[in-house]
Design a protein around this ligand. Structure first.
Ligand SMILES: Cc1cc2nc3c(=O)[nH]c(=O)nc-3n(C[C@H](O)[C@H](O)[C@H](O)COP(=O)(O)OP(=O)(O)OC[C@H]3O[C@@H](n4cnc5c(N)ncnc54)[C@H](O)[C@@H]3O)c2cc1C
Ligand code: SF4
Length: 493
């Protein structure tokens, strides 16, 4: 530990963010990078605790503790403090296949479990992680490393999101020949079409895909398994198949006039927006000049708010059914759990600066849509709700007399996902859980079909990029064992 008093001498400093009023005029990432001196000081804040919690990676009830991929955080914090960037990169790459993704978009459960966070601000782990990998690319330390020999085994990965990419990377490194099938025109899953550019510029994904290709992974895009290629064809040509198709079946609101024009699922909107930026064409769904209402108070909804602002909407409001989060942790959300506290995330700060108002409306339920004679949505009606304890159970009840009409020419439904799409599961005859997720044998990622494995959101439900990476790593280890029928220490999870 280079500076045992670092946490006393330096305050936490988050990455600077670009001016919200200006950045909504472009689609570039909204954060800026720290300089070397600042990073060394931020690294020095790490206390190198006897029992660090930041890297535990445990699920605990409905929450999780620490980094799900067990990143060796105190070790690389110290190396960054000493300016040993290459060694920090070597440590980081031991546990994380794609730090450039998590360093940008991870909500950093590690920071919520940082011991310093008990009575001070936690260490800025995420931005240090991002800086280590970016310096790795800038210094030319990250080069294609194809395996020195091949096993002759062939693996098909269905879906190119973070789970599929990770499984492919691990299996390729272990010497297997890997092909990724992706129905979209570009690989990346929700990293490409879902998470918008201002959080993750697409050139970052393309840089990694290029590297994976040079290492020997084959990408077959515009290829939907179950439509363009059948299960039988895959099973004839490959020794194992890994289903990493995500959980993108959207939850709907089956209420009056839902079919009016101008009401879309958030994912249709976000995908269309990114595709239009990639192709430099006008998006077919645009918020320009419109009153936009986003239904759903989560992160997907926030990404819709930020996208609508960049498309020059007239106004934007986001509805959530829960109350505003508290400023501080409450008794039932203690450290080291991920803090459930109020924050002014990037999209809300932008909306606040643009319209002088936080776009979030809390404890509100949409009751009906109203369309005009032209079939286009023109407004919607809401009602305030509250939680009430009924016979020991918390239930949502409507508050009479709180009905309100809102103008809207574009409505985006972002109330979550019900699970993986059924078609691919039926095509493979896969057993599903009560929640409609792909069933796998506990801890082995094996489905009920011989030689077919599953990982990522398809198996665990909508989650986080970092959990998809963990699942990809663990599933790869199981696939490798299945193919070789012996453990290989080269794959470490
Ligand atoms: C709008 C949005 C924003 C998010 N923001 C964040 C964030 O900031 N931070 C974070 O950590 N997490 C975020 N998440 C969650 C995160 O993106 C997911 O948990 C993660 O991408 C899941 O990875 P995956 O590989 O399991 O599946 P996905 O990323 O969903 O990828 C699945 C892929 O499979 C393909 N596919 C499906 N069926 C077939 C088929 N039959 N044949 C071929 N290909 C097929 C799909 O086209 C897709 O590309 C966000 C999610 C959404 C929706
Ligand atoms: S991957 Fe996420 S949880 Fe893990 S160290 Fe990075 S920011 Fe923290």
């Amino acid at each position: 530990m280079g500076n045992p008093k670092g946490f006393l001498e330096y305050a936490r400093k988050d990455n600077e963010e670009r001016n919200p009023k200006k950045r909504i005029n472009d689609w570039n990432e909204y954060t800026e990078r720290h300089d070397e001196k600042e990073l060394k000081q931020q690294g020095a804040r790490c206390m190198d605790c006897g029992t660090p919690f930041c890297h535990t990676g445990m699920e605990w009830g409905r929450s999780s503790i620490g980094c799900p991929i067990n990143n060796l955080i105190p070790e690389w914090n110290e190396l960054v403090h000493q300016g040993k960037w290459k060694q920090a990169l070597d440590r980081l790459e031991l546990t994380n296949n794609f730090p450039e993704f998590t360093g940008r978009v991870c909500p950093a459960p590690c920071e919520g479990s940082c011991v310093l966070g008990i009575n001070d601000d936690p260490v800025t782990i995420k931005s240090i992680e991002n800086e280590i990998i970016e310096r790795g690319f800038e210094n030319g330390w990250i080069l294609p490393e194809p395996p020195s020999s091949r096993t002759g085994k062939r693996v098909a990965i269905v879906g190119s999101g973070p789970a599929g990419l990770t499984a492919a990377d691990e299996l390729n490194k272990a010497g297997h020949l890997v092909t990724i099938f992706e129905r979209e025109d570009r690989p990346g899953g929700l990293l490409m079409y879902g998470i918008p550019n201002m959080k993750l510029e697409k050139k970052t994904i393309e840089r990694r895909i290029e590297l994976l290709e040079k290492e020997g992974i084959e990408f077959k895009v515009n290829t939907e398994i179950g439509v363009d290629v059948s299960r039988e064809e895959l099973q004839n040509e490959y020794d194992a198949v890994v289903i990493c198709t995500g959980a993108q079946q959207p939850r709907d609101i089956p209420i009056e006039e839902r079919n009016s024009e101008g009401i879309h699922f958030a994912m249709e909107y976000l995908t269309e927006s990114t595709k239009s930026l990639n192709s430099k064409n006008e998006p077919s769904i645009s918020a320009e000049g419109k009153d936009v209402i986003v239904i759903g108070g989560g992160d997907t909804g926030a990404d819709c708010v930020a996208t609508a602002l960049r498309q020059k909407c007239k106004s934007v409001v986001q509805f959530g059914k829960h109350p505003e989060l508290p400023k501080e942790r409450t008794g039932d959300n203690p450290w080291p759990h991920t803090p459930m506290t109020f924050s002014l995330e990037y999209a809300y700060e932008e909306a606040y600066k643009q319209f002088k108002k936080d776009p979030r409306e809390y404890e509100i339920l949409t009751q009906s849509f109203k369309g005009g004679a032209d079939g286009k949505v023109s407004s919607l009606r809401t009602m305030q709700v509250k939680k009430e304890n009924k016979n020991g159970e918390l239930v949502t009840v409507e508050i009479p007399g709180t009905e309100k009409d809102w103008n809207a020419q574009l409505v985006l439904i972002a109330i979550g996902f019900t699970g993986p799409e059924k078609e691919i599961l039926e095509h493979f005859n896969l057993k599903v859980t009560e929640r409609g997720l792909v069933w796998t044998e506990k801890a082995t990622y094996k489905t009920n079909v011989e030689g077919v494995f599953a990982a990522g959101d398809a198996r665990r439900g909508q989650s986080l990029v970092v959990w998809a990476i963990r699942e990809g790593r663990e599933a790869a280890k199981e696939v490798h064992d299945y193919l070789m029928s012996s453990k290989l220490s080269a794959i470490s999870v």
